[in-house]
Write a protein that binds this ligand. Structure first.
Ligand SMILES: C[S@@+](CC[C@H](N)C(=O)[O-])C[C@H]1O[C@@H](n2cnc3c(N)ncnc32)[C@H](O)[C@@H]1O
Length: 308
């Protein structure tokens, strides 16, 4: 047992940086190849947005042949096994069947694709080949919220919302979303063990968040309020600022919003399509980083900040 793990990051190019940032929030993730990170730490994959699978590393090499030789040297025995070959990128010129056969011949035991006792995965990339025991994972927890009762046109995609929460949410903390919309961020934060509160100017959205929270077994905790004026003391602000046709605000309004929102907690993550760098800094906070996030035609930025 090497105690080293390789994780595969899901999502498209537009979410690449957020996926990497999320991986780094869970473990000492080292980028090793296209959509692969390595770590000595075992991650509970179902809690994440983008860590879509992984292996406990057994062998590696620059190519299939070298990695297979390593497996043979290990004297790896498995009663009945299946091997899944994942090519990254997908268009990589390599026969999945030939690669699976080569590894199968290096293992002592019998392949059984229908009812395997053990599952192995091969990650094949132009940078190298990694082989290991597939990590078991339940259905990702964020997928539960896809079935929410109400949605909002400018809501973050559920997978991205989960990853944003994973950057900062800690169980037991008080998390506020002052522009909560239909509550996508709050549901995920509550699922991670936070005590959540939401505000929205629009009464309908308050109802949508509360209905969604209740539907998934969390207390209804959203109220109608103007985020430019709302007060309170929280551990973390988490919000997807208003933008888009349905909730357009002027740049001046957005600055007013940001100035007030940052006072609610010593740490925060803001998501917006506009540049709010100056407003975040002016409010006396330290901007830790900005992560680009694009989906279809919307390009957003994720601002992670904390008080100086
Ligand atoms: C981008 S949406 C939030 C989406 C949300 N994360 C979700 O999952 O549905 C922004 C929300 O901000 C609300 N909003 C706009 N101006 C506001 C203000 N001054 N105070 C509070 N909420 C406001 C809008 O009604 C809208 O629901």
């Amino acid at each position: 047992m090497t105690g080293r793990y390789i994780y595969q990051l899901a999502g498209d190019e537009g979410s690449r940086d957020l996926a990497r940032a999320e991986a780094a929030a869970f473990c000492d993730a080292e980028q090793i190849a296209y959509r692969l990170v390595a770590s000595d730490q075992r991650v509970r994959l179902e809690r994440t947005g983008y860590l879509a699978g992984g292996i406990e590393l057994l062998a590696e090499g620059p190519d299939v042949k070298t990695a297979c030789e390593q497996v043979r040297r290990l004297g790896l025995a498995a009663e009945e096994f299946a091997i899944d070959v994942v090519r990254l990128p997908g268009g990589l010129k390599l026969s999945r069947r030939e690669a699976a056969n080569a590894f199968a011949l290096a293992i002592e035991g019998r392949p059984n694709l229908d009812d395997p006792g053990e599952r192995f995965t091969v990650y094949a990339t132009p940078e190298g080949v990694w082989f290991g025991r597939a990590l078991e994972m339940d259905v990702p927890q964020w997928k539960r919220f896809v079935a929410k009762l109400h949605d909002c046109s400018s809501a973050l995609p559920d997978q991205a919302a989960r990853a944003v929460c994973n950057l900062e949410v800690r169980g037991g903390e008080r998390v506020v979303d002052p522009c909560c919309g239909s509550g996508t961020l709050l549901m995920n934060a509550a699922d991670l063990g936070a005590h959540v509160s939401g505000f929205d100017l629009n009464k309908k959205m308050v109802g949508a968040t509360n209905a969604n929270l209740l539907y998934f077994g969390f207390p209804a905790s959203a109220e109608q309020a103007d985020a430019t004026k709302v007060g309170g003391n929280y551990d973390l602000v988490l919000t997807n600022l208003p933008y888009g046709k349905m909730s357009a605000v002027s740049p001046a309004d957005e600055l007013r919003l940001v100035r007030n929102i940052v006072k609610l907690a010593p740490r925060g993550v803001l998501i917006t399509t506009n540049d709010v760098t100056d407003a975040v800094r002016e409010a006396g906070t330290r901007l830790e980083r900005t992560i680009p996030l694009s989906k279809f035609t919307i390009t957003r930025k994720v601002y992670q900040y904390r008080s100086e």
